[in-house]
Design a protein. Structure first.
Length: 320
């Protein structure tokens, strides 16, 4: 027992040392950018200033729309109130901008071809499908989607989705957008493939925003994360015993992967189980794989199929 404990301590110290080396290297990467507050530029402008703004930000002004469309937006009382609330919450970006700088340095470390993007904040009329956009040389953040879960603008949203409106979701959402197209799509429709696909995305967050907590990375409360940690063995055993891992029934994604008030094991305690536990379990599988295969790079991982990862992960949760 003592020998096993010594081995575990040695492995832990080695991992910490490796992580420390990475962070030292990341700290040496120069990152220069300035967040462009298009929300302030547009909503603080006068109609006669529109032509100059359109020249600088043409992608926000689709061809075919007369200037009257934008002038009417500037006069819209609801949108003016939305702008006011955004400015009250985000007069300056402070920690968000600092966190972005760290994120972009980590991106350049793990993905050297990607340079620091042009970063622009805006108001998107609470379009949750377009809350962030991070592709190649451009990163957009709709600040009106991050006013806090208890804000009155979000009162009509389901309770389980309100976590998405917290400020601490901006960076995790940016990483999710960055991952799009970089993770090999599942080669089949099995539950395991979907679990590991999202497990990879969450693992990228481990690497690109390491200072963020697991709750922030996946968008759970402390209580939800604690439930997963304490019941990992039982949730995993249920999936195995019911032969769901290699089942291609699309309903499995609705039960365990997609955002929902709770995951559906069809048990009496379902309403206590967080939604998206399939993603969380996939994350633990990917973590286990990378811990046991130190020679595998992040890019290697993202290209690898789920079966290879699972079979070489040595994943075996223990009963609490």
């Amino acid at each position: 027992m003592k020998q096993l404990l010594n081995i575990l301590i040695a492995v832990s110290l080695f991992s910490c040392k490796e992580e420390s080396k990475v962070e030292e290297a990341v700290a040496q990467i120069p990152v220069e950018f300035k967040v462009e507050r298009f929300d302030q530029i547009f909503w603080g402008s006068k109609p006669e200033e529109l032509p100059l703004i359109k020249v600088k930000y043409p992608f926000f002004f689709p061809a075919g729309n007369p200037d009257s469309v934008w002038v009417n937006k500037l006069k819209n009382p609801l949108l003016k109130e939305l702008y006011k609330e955004v400015q009250m919450k985000y007069p300056k970006l402070g920690k968000i901008e600092t966190d972005m700088e760290k994120l972009f340095a980590h991106v350049q470390y793990y993905f050297p071809k990607h340079k620091t993007p042009r970063v622009i904040t805006l108001i998107n009329e609470v379009d949750t499908d377009g809350r962030v956009f991070y592709v190649d040389t451009l990163a957009l953040v709709s600040l009106d989607c991050y006013l806090g879960k208890d804000h009155r603008f979000y009162v009509d949203f389901p309770e389980f989705k309100k976590y998405e409106f917290e400020e601490n979701q901006i960076l995790p959402n940016l990483v999710s957008s960055f991952c799009y197209g970089k993770i090999a799509p599942p080669i089949d429709r099995t539950l395991l493939s979907a679990m590991i696909y999202y497990g990879k995305e969450l693992y990228v967050k481990d690497k690109l925003i390491p200072e963020y907590s697991d709750t922030d990375k996946i968008g759970y409360t402390d209580l939800q994360l604690k439930f997963c940690q304490e019941n990992e063995y039982y949730m995993w055993s249920n999936l195995v015993e019911n032969k769901l891992l290699y089942d291609s029934n699309p309903k499995n994604e609705q039960r365990f992967i997609n955002p929902a008030p709770f995951s559906k094991f069809y048990l009496e305690i379902d309403n206590q189980i967080p939604g998206r536990v399939g993603q969380w379990l996939g994350w633990q599988i990917v973590r286990s794989y990378m811990n046991n295969n130190k020679e595998v790079t992040l890019k290697d991982l993202l290209a690898m199929d789920a079966k290879t990862i699972f079979e070489n992960s040595k994943y075996k949760p223990k009963k609490q």
